[in-house]
Design a protein around this ligand. Structure first.
Ligand code: SF4
Ligand code: SF4
Length: 247
C-alpha cells in the first residue's frame, strides 16, 4: 500500500496527517474503556444534550457531535475533537440527566480526555500545564488547593473578590475546631499512612504513568517527594513497632 493511502488527515483544519493505525489505536483505547458501554447506548440525534449544555452555549462545542462521532466510528472526527473541543466540557452532567437514551456525553468526554493523556496529546499537555502546582499538591499531599496558594497573582480571575484573601488566614484557621485544618501548607492534614496508601493506588492504577507522559519533570519531582515520605514513614514504623501495628 502506498504511504499516502495509509494516512488520514483533516482537510478542513489543515492539521498534520495521522497514520490510520494510530487513529485505530486511539479509537480502540476509547471503546475498550471499562465505562464506555455504560456511557453510550445509542443516539436519536435529537440534540437535547447540546440544547442544555452550558459549554455548547459559550464554545464551539457540541455533546451531540461527540456522541455521533463515536457511534459512527468516525476515527478522524474523534481524533479531531480530542485536539481541542473535549476540553470545553464543564463536566456538569446535565446532558446525562436529559438524554432520552441514558447516554452520558460528559462521561464519554472523560474517556476521551483520559485517552488524550495516555497518548501524550499536545492538547492535554497544554490544558494541564497551568495546573502543575495543583497537580503536585494533590498527588503529594492528598488534597489540592492550600491556603498559602491563594494569592492575587494566581487568582486574578476572582476580580475584586481577591481582596478578601488579605485576611490573616494563618490566625483564622487556628480558630477552626478541627485540628487537621490548622495548617496553611495543605487544605487539611492527611495522615502519612493514608498518603502512602494513595501513592500505591496512583501507581497501581496508572495515574503516575499518565503524569509521566504528560509532564516528565513534574513526574520526577513527585517521585522524589513520594520516596521521601515513604522513607519518613518507614523510619517511624521502625521506631514505633507497637504503635504502627495498631494504626
Ligand atoms: S457534562 Fe459536558 S457535555 Fe454534558 S452538559 Fe455538562 S458541559 Fe455539556
Ligand atoms: S440527548 Fe442523547 S439521544 Fe439526543 S443527541 Fe444527545 S446523546 Fe443523542
Amino acid at each position: 500500500m502506498a504511504a499516502a493511502a495509509m494516512l488520514i488527515g483533516d482537510p478542513v483544519s489543515g492539521a498534520p496527517t495521522v497514520a490510520r493505525e494510530k487513529l485505530e489505536e486511539i479509537f480502540e483505547d476509547v471503546r475498550s474503556h471499562p465505562l464506555y458501554d455504560h456511557e453510550l447506548y445509542g443516539c436519536l440525534n435529537c440534540g437535547i444534550c447540546t440544547a442544555t449544555c452550558p459549554s455548547a452555549y459559550y464554545y464551539d462545542y457540541s455533546p451531540r457531535e461527540i456522541v455521533q462521532l463515536l457511534l459512527t466510528e468516525n476515527l478522524e472526527g474523534v481524533y479531531d475533537v480530542m485536539q481541542e473541543k473535549i476540553w470545553a466540557c464543564a463536566q456538569c452532567y446535565t446532558c446525562a440527566a436529559r438524554c432520552p437514551f441514558h447516554n452520558s456525553p460528559g462521561g464519554l468526554v472523560m474517556i476521551l480526555r483520559e485517552t488524550a493523556i495516555k497518548h501524550g496529546m499536545q492538547s492535554a499537555k497544554d490544558v494541564l500545564k497551568p495546573f502543575t502546582r495543583v497537580l503536585m499538591k494533590l498527588i503529594t499531599t492528598g488534597n489540592q488547593l492550600a491556603p498559602n496558594m491563594i494569592t492575587p497573582d494566581a487568582f486574578a480571575d476572582w476580580g475584586p473578590n481577591i481582596a478578601k484573601i488579605k485576611a490573616p488566614l494563618n490566625i483564622l484557621r487556628k480558630a477552626i475546631p478541627v485540628p487537621t485544618l490548622h495548617t496553611m501548607d495543605t487544605a487539611w492534614e492527611v495522615n502519612i499512612k493514608t498518603s502512602i496508601e494513595l501513592y500505591t493506588i496512583w501507581e497501581a492504577s496508572g495515574v503516575l504513568d499518565q503524569l509521566e507522559t504528560i509532564d516528565p519533570n513534574l513526574f520526577d519531582v513527585v517521585n522524589d517527594l513520594m520516596d521521601e515520605k515513604r522513607e519518613e514513614y518507614q523510619e517511624w514504623v521502625d521506631e514505633h513497632p507497637a504503635e504502627s501495628s495498631a494504626v
